[in-house]
Design a protein around this ligand. Sequence first.
Ligand code: SF4
Length: 353
Amino acid sequence: MFRDPALAQSIVRKIENLTPQDHVRFCHVCGTHEFTVTRFGLRALLPPSIEVIAGPGCPVCIVPAEEIDEAIWLAQHGVTVMTFGDMLRVPGTKMSLSDAKATGGDVRVVYSVTEAVKMARREPDRNFVFFAIGFETTTPTNAAEILRNPPKNLSFLVSHRLIPPAMELLLGIGDIRIDGFICPGHVATIIGADAFSIFPETYNMPTVVAGFEPIDVLMAILMLLKQLKDGARLDNEYARSVTKEGNVKAQRLIKEVFDVAEGRWRGIGRIPSSAYKLKDAFYEHDARLRYDIETGPARDIAPGCSCHLVVIGKISPPSCPMFLKACKPEHPLGPCMVSHEGTCNIWSRHAQL
Ligand code: SF4
């Protein structure tokens, strides 16, 4: 049903009937939404005056180079670094974790924090660090493992980020016009649809929490158009998974383990209240406190790379001169080309160029 072409066509007809004459730009902040929009060619189905842009929704792309440099420093100083596969190829300032591994660092790919804990238990004489990245969706699992008393030889290099503060920042960038937000359904399953109510209430911004199938995204666009006509509010298109209050138990876990702090986002800079940091009570498992990590000045964006513009939706990947020339998925220059959730990577595989 959620990929039914006839249903999609009937929603598109309703979208056409509601499309205003002026150009409108709807912004999502999720790699999976960008995948759906691009893979299923949704942009081509929409009237030309409706533009869908991708904001900072790839959890791998927005990890700042300085935090990757920290992980590299650890790998180069006898610590085993464990993280998700995508993180290995993301460039730090001078190299990637993959380069650090190739030059003798012990860097291991894990599929979950639970696997990381098991690995650390199996080798009690080694020191392990789990490089914990991701938005509100992955944070509760890590919080749960930290509360379960992980082994003493395991600590966490925490690089978790919160989505709503980044969306707020986008609204303050003067030359990026946004007429509505498509909010990430999986983040909302944790923090609740109401966590996005700030956008209609404070910014009068049409806002829809949406799922990830083509019909979900088309419905979200239709709902945003209705809001443009009738007034901004918070709509929940993904009610089959998302409640108003979200997963209260998961929120409790996060609160028990993490404080909210200012965070750096790659290519964007510092955003207030946008990062999780371990509470003081868990200092023994905080890699930044356990090790005297020394890194030099960090560089987020390589010369010629436009990731800082792609990640805020100011340009689309083909506007970067490196796209599919010097920068390809096989040899990415910037973080947006590495992960399957990165906008450049998605466009390189699925866009009709
Ligand atoms: S195509 Fe490559 S170099 Fe250009 S913005 Fe994307 S990741 Fe950066």
